[in-house]
Design a protein. Structure first.
Length: 331
């Protein structure tokens, strides 16, 4: 699916930004983040403490949730939602990402910045690169390697593949370390996490059970984290160099909100307000819900389609798109 829209109203985003600023929705929320960071740290520490005290594999699931929530906090830090300055954002980002969950903060931030600049763009968005999955029939027709092998049935394989996402984050982080800005510090923190993680697993359990713990924990971590990002753009228009869009339309037309209550806000870390997040990436998470009706009304005023769906329907749309994109590989 592609979309071609003329970038005629370059002032549209400026007008929307004025409304958002007037509502005070770009102001920092230190109280919210103090509470959220406290709860996430408590969940993380409690998960490891419970594992050490009980030796129960049920805590692998608890730690999977904790790791995903730490990743979501690192996401907010990278966008300067918590602190305006770079120093504190980077310091806590590396502490959460590299030391906390074994994910390179510098690698992920570079990758995610490219995604925000050109969401769902075949040539420029690393999140829709045809490495394993294909996101359009054009990619399917040119696919090679693993993408060509599984692309025809990628909708069926999507959730099983998410179980590998945790491992993929660690491997991709380690491979990218030579290229990040603070490679020595990031390497020390990331490999330190891996060493402590493996030591804890094999000291607490027998070798076989330790391997089971790692597989369960990392599998559920990857599944949870992948499911927070997947509903946001998958199944939305995929752009190419032929598409000329202004900033507002590029962000809105390629994004989808996921409707739900406060529980969904917590579970997805606010990424269910993907349209508002892409328009204002440094907006604190709790303000996204307040910005949503302002953005939706404004899009209606200027005639820009605004897409939202329930959690289940968002996945139905995404999986349907994956199935259609892989059609050339089923012939």
């Amino acid at each position: 699916m592609t979309v071609l829209v003329s970038a005629e109203r370059t002032s549209d985003f400026t007008a929307l930004s004025q409304r958002i600023r007037a509502a005070g929705l770009l102001d920092r929320r230190p109280g919210y983040y103090a509470l959220r960071l406290t709860l996430v740290v408590a969940l993380y520490a409690g998960g490891w403490a419970g594992l050490a005290l009980t030796h129960s594999l049920w805590f692998a699931a608890v730690l999977a949730v904790a790791y995903a929530q730490v990743a979501l906090v690192a996401h907010d830090l990278a966008h300067k939602q918590v602190f305006r300055g770079r120093r504190w954002s980077e310091a806590l980002g590396m502490l959460a990402g590299n030391a906390g969950i074994g994910m390179s903060y510098g690698w992920w931030m570079h990758k995610h910045t490219r995604h925000h600049a050109n969401p769902n763009h075949e040539e420029h968005d690393p999140d829709v690169a045809p490495d394993i999955l294909v996101w359009s029939t054009r990619q399917a027709e040119r696919a090679g390697g693993l993408a060509r092998i599984i692309g025809g049935h990628q909708a069926l394989l999507f959730f099983p593949l998410l179980l590998l996402e945790g491992f993929n984050l660690h491997v991709s982080s380690a491979r990218a370390l030579p290229t990040v800005k603070r490679r020595r510090l990031e390497s020390f923190l990331l490999y330190g996490h891996i060493a402590v993680y493996l030591a804890a697993a094999f000291l607490l359990f027998s070798p076989g059970t330790a391997i089971a713990f790692i597989l369960i924990h990392q599998g559920l971590f990857g599944l949870y984290l992948g499911m927070t990002f997947a509903p946001n753009h998958k199944g939305m228009p995929v752009l190419t160099s032929e598409d000329e869009l202004d900033f507002l339309r590029k962000q809105v037309l390629t994004s989808r909100n996921v409707r739900g209550g406060v529980w969904l806000d917590v579970a997805l870390g606010g990424l269910n307000y993907q349209i508002e997040h892409h328009l204002f990436p440094n907006m604190p998470t709790p303000n996204l819900r307040k910005a949503q009706p302002i953005v939706q009304r404004y899009c209606a005023e200027i005639g820009v389609p605004y897409h939202s769906a329930t959690f289940v329907d968002s996945y139905a749309q995404a999986l349907r798109h994956l199935h259609e994109a892989g059609a050339p590989l089923r012939r």
